[in-house]
Design a protein around this ligand. Structure first.
Ligand SMILES: Cc1cc2nc3c(=O)[nH]c(=O)nc-3n(C[C@H](O)[C@H](O)[C@H](O)COP(=O)(O)OP(=O)(O)OC[C@H]3O[C@@H](n4cnc5c(N)ncnc54)[C@H](O)[C@@H]3O)c2cc1C
Length: 406
C-alpha cells in the first residue's frame, strides 16, 4: 500500500474519527480546526453528558433526500464496532435499556480527551485556530491555502450550520459547491418551535407530559409523546424536538404547520367527558376555573377557558354538555399554529447539506472529484434524537478514512 498525505477539515466527531483511522493505516494526517480546541460540539452534546451512540441503529432513524444512503455506513460500522473502537481509545460506555449509549463517566469532556489524545498518539498533526476557506485541486493533488503542502486526499468534516456559537458555519457547503456539488437547502432540526398565539408566552415555564400531533396543511404528519415546555417564544421539550424535523421541513416549503396537544394522554375523550361532567355535577358551587385547575397547571387555566370561549367565573352548575365538550376538546387537542423554528442558533443539528446522490455510499467519496470526501453533518443526513447523529459522524468518518487506503 502506498501511504498518502491526507488533510482533514474540521476537528469534530467525524473529523477526529477519520484522522485516527487514517493515521492508524499509516497515512500522514493533518487535521485543521478553526476553533482553539477540537470537539467543541461534542462537549456540548447531551447537555455535557454526550449521548455518544445508540445500540438500536437503523437506517429509518435517519432523514435524507436519499433515505437509504446511510445504510451502508451503519452496516460497516455498527454499534459493536464503535464499542470496540471506544475500548481501544480508553473509553468505556454505559448503554441504557432504550439503547442510548453514554461514556461511563457521563462527561463529554472524557470523549474529547480520549479522541484528541489517541489522535496525537497515532501521529495526527492537529492544527487549531485555522479556518480552511478554500480547497483547490491541481492535477492529482489538493492545496488548502493555509500552508504550502500538497495533499493526496481531503476529507471535509466541517459539520453543519447548527449552533454557530460552537463554531458551526457553512464553509463546508462552499467547498462542496466549488467542486460542483449540489447543496440540499439546510434547515434546523432538533429545534424548538415558535408559536402564533396570545397565550404561550403567558404560560412560559409550564412543563407537561403530552401527546403532540404535527399537522401539515391539516394532515397528520407525526405523533409522539413526551415532555413539552411553554416558553416566551413558543414551545420546547423532548416531544417538540422529536417532531421538529418534519415541522422545519414543512415550514421551509411554506406549508401550514399546526400542533395538536393532548394533555390527557392516558384518558380517552369519552372518559374525560364523563369525569368532567360528573365533577361539575358534584361540585356545582365551584367556578369552572376552580374545577379545571384541579386538572391542569393553574397558569394554563385562564388561557384554555379563553380558547373555549368560557368565562372563568362561570358556575359549574351553569355548564351544559356542549360547553363541557368544548373544554374536553381543548384538553385533548389544543391547537397551536407554528410560525417558524427557533433557528440554527438553537438547533442541535441541521438537515440538508451535500447531496448524497453525488457521494459514493461505500466510501463517502465525491462522485465529482476523486480523493475528496464529505463526512458527518455536512452531508444531507440527519438523525433522530438519541445518539444517532454522533453515530453517523463516527460511521461516515470511519468509512472515508478506510477508503483512502484502498
Ligand atoms: C447542543 C447540542 C447537543 C447535541 N447532543 C447530541 C447528542 O447527545 N447525541 C448526538 O448523537 N448528537 C448530538 N448533537 C449533534 C452532534 O453533536 C453532531 O451531529 C455531530 O457533532 C456532528 O459531527 P461533525 O463532525 O459532522 O461536525 P462537528 O462536530 O460540528 O465538527 C465540525 C468541526 O469543524 C470545524 N470547522 C468548520 N468549518 C471549518 C473550516 N472551514 N476550517 C476548519 N475547521 C472548521 C468546526 O469548528 C467543528 O469543530 C448535539 C448538537 C448540539 C449542538
Amino acid at each position: 500500500m502506498t501511504y498518502k498525505t491526507v488533510a482533514i477539515i474540521g476537528g469534530g466527531a467525524s473529523g477526529l474519527m477519520s484522522a485516527i483511522v487514517a493515521a492508524q493505516e499509516g497515512h500522514v494526517v493533518h487535521l485543521f480546526e478553526k476553533n482553539a480546541h477540537v470537539g467543541k460540539k461534542i462537549l456540548a452534546s447531551g447537555n455535557g453528558r454526550c449521548n455518544i451512540s445508540n445500540k438500536n441503529l437503523h437506517v429509518s432513524d435517519y432523514y435524507s433526500r436519499q433515505p437509504a444512503f446511510a445504510a451502508e455506513a451503519l452496516q460497516r460500522f455498527t454499534f459493536h464496532d464503535f464499542e470496540t473502537f471506544c475500548f481501544q481509545i480508553g473509553l468505556l460506555l454505559d448503554t441504557k435499556k432504550d439503547g442510548r449509549a453514554y461514556p461511563r463517566s457521563y462527561e463529554a469532556k472524557a470523549v474529547v480527551t480520549a479522541l484528541r489524545r489517541y489522535a496525537l498518539q497515532c501521529g495526527v498533526t492537529i492544527v487549531t485556530d485555522t479556518f480552511v476557506e478554500k480547497v483547490v485541486k491541481n492535477r492529482d493533488h489538493f492545496h488548502l491555502h493555509v500552508n504550502s503542502h500538497l495533499y493526496d486526499a481531503v476529507i471535509v468534516a466541517t459539520g453543519s450550520q447548527a449552533a454557530p456559537q460552537l463554531g458551526a458555519n457553512d464553509s463546508g457547503y462552499a467547498i462542496a459547491r466549488s467542486f460542483h456539488h449540489h447543496i440540499i437547502p439546510p434547515y434546523p432540526s432538533l429545534v424548538q418551535l415558535c408559536l402564533e398565539s396570545t397565550c404561550h408566552a403567558k404560560m412560559a415555564g409550564v412543563k407537561q407530559h403530552a401527546e403532540v400531533t404535527l399537522y401539515v396543511n391539516n394532515k397528520q404528519e407525526e405523533q409522539t409523546q413526551g415532555d413539552i415546555l411553554f416558553t416566551k417564544y413558543g414551545i420546547s421539550g423532548f416531544a417538540i424536538l422529536d417532531i421538529s424535523h418534519a415541522a422545519s421541513l414543512a415550514l421551509q416549503s411554506q406549508q401550514c404547520v399546526t400542533l395538536g396537544i393532548d394533555l390527557f394522554t392516558q384518558t380517552p375523550r369519552p372518559k374525560l367527558l364523563k369525569l368532567l361532567h360528573d365533577t361539575c355535577h358534584r361540585l356545582e358551587n365551584y367556578s369552572i376555573a376552580e374545577i379545571v385547575s384541579l386538572l391542569i397547571p393553574s397558569k394554563m387555566v385562564p388561557h384554555l377557558l379563553h380558547a373555549a370561549h368560557i368565562a372563568p367565573q362561570t358556575s359549574a352548575k351553569m355548564l351544559n354538555t356542549k360547553t363541557v365538550k368544548q373544554i374536553v376538546n381543548l384538553l385533548k387537542d389544543w391547537r397551536f399554529t407554528v410560525t417558524q423554528t427557533h433557528g440554527f442558533q438553537h438547533a442541535e443539528v441541521s438537515g440538508g447539506g451535500v447531496d448524497t446522490a453525488e457521494l459514493n455510499p461505500h466510501t463517502f467519496e465525491s462522485l465529482q472529484c476523486k480523493n475528496l470526501y464529505f463526512v458527518g453533518e455536512v452531508c444531507d443526513i440527519v438523525g433522530r434524537r438519541g445518539g444517532y447523529n454522533l453515530h453517523f459522524a463516527w460511521a461516515s468518518g470511519y468509512a472515508a478514512a478506510q477508503a483512502i487506503s484502498t
